[in-house]
Ligand binder design. Sequence first.
Ligand code: GRF
Length: 199
Amino acid sequence: MFNYACISNARISIMSGIVVLLSGSGTNLQAILNAKHPYTGADKIDVKYVISDNPKAFGLERAQKEKIPTLSQPNIKLLEKSVTKLAKANKVDLIVLAGFMKLLSAGFVRRWESHIINIHPSLLPAFKGAGAINRAYDYGCRMTGVTIHYVDKGMDTGKIIAQQECRISKRDTLQTLEKKIHKIEHKLYPNVIKELLKK
Ligand code: GRF
């Protein structure tokens, strides 16, 4: 049962696994790794590689703990080359950005068009870029949410795949709002990835 408001009907070819790109703590990666039946392993998302521009990203440790190969490369051009090479070698069709803080080049994005997705903590097109949760809170919004979208050459401008709303109540603090947003992310992202992998 999917709990999101809309999913576009964009098509993706049959996919076998994913590569995750991240820069930080990797709680979304963890949610992706946990998205399997606890006993049978059914519905497991096959994470082939975790790659970061930040060698200190805690997400790399999370991957290593699960015996998933990792790579860190601060140079974005070299990182893109490695992603393409590893994705081809591992028959990966979906590149998943999960808190990846660098802009990918137009050439790379074109090469992987319709095969790179990102998660963003707002209802795009509102609050693109960094600090989306804080800005929605400071602005006094009564509603914000989470968006999953294809990546294009812009910043948070690609076609929307799924969105889920999150109400901001008068009693919410920034911390409680962040918690609510992350809870939505951790359910929505694995569900959308699984749905795309089925197509
Ligand atoms: C998430 O809020 C995601 O929406 C944004 O970056 C954050 C990453 O968090 N793009 P984490 O590293 O997965 O904990």
